[in-house]
Design a binder for this molecule. Sequence first.
Ligand code: PGA
Length: 243
Amino acid sequence: MKIIVEKNYEEMSKRAALEMVNIINEKPNCVLGLATGSTPEGLYKELIKLNKEGKVDFSKATTINLDEYVGLSGEHSQSYRYFMNDRLFNHINVDKSRTFVPNGLAENIELECKNYDERIAKLGGIDIQLLGIGNNGHIGFNEPADYLSMDTHLTDLAKSTIEANSRFFDNIDEVPKKAITMGLGGIMRARKILLIASGASKAEIIAKIAEGKITTQVPASILQVHHDVTIIVDEEAGALIRK
Ligand code: PGA
């Protein structure tokens, strides 16, 4: 794992944007695995800026997101489809028909999951997968558990995830309890993985995933096995890394 510590959130975002832009410029028809959450917002702002300045072109790129809440339509302001349109896709020259987020309203969720994995395979795999990290070590919505799933699947959100995400809803009862998430297989098959984290609240989990034992109770710890992972943190999130 390559760990890069930047001074603050802004620098972390800029550095992460640069990593992504390098991939897109090298391979304009690349497949970008994208993530939602507070952490990538600065990175997406930077990508929009670079796109407007003509420094990166998304016209041939395809994007595929990690996850979506079950029960929310793409028009719901807290759905991840809405988030992606609002924070990135509406502001860059990507072809929207080549941006993929699981359908949280799919009637047959099992089929939706199967089709999602088939889509990734048909696209030729993911060139760079962006990840945030939950305080409990989840990536996508692969929550701590005795067993982890390789494939895209329906999952129950952990209590700590529901609590963490309730900040975006009027009250905790409105937070969906289930989600569709890419599995560990989809993530680990990406050719390159870029994980970003910011703030003191992420320091403990970052040290655990970078230096701790590999365990299904900390799903992101499996990233230690991947051959090309870059973790970009700000100083606060990197404060407990020993090496
Ligand atoms: P955050 O979420 O970026 O909002 O902290 C990260 C995650 O839960 O994966």
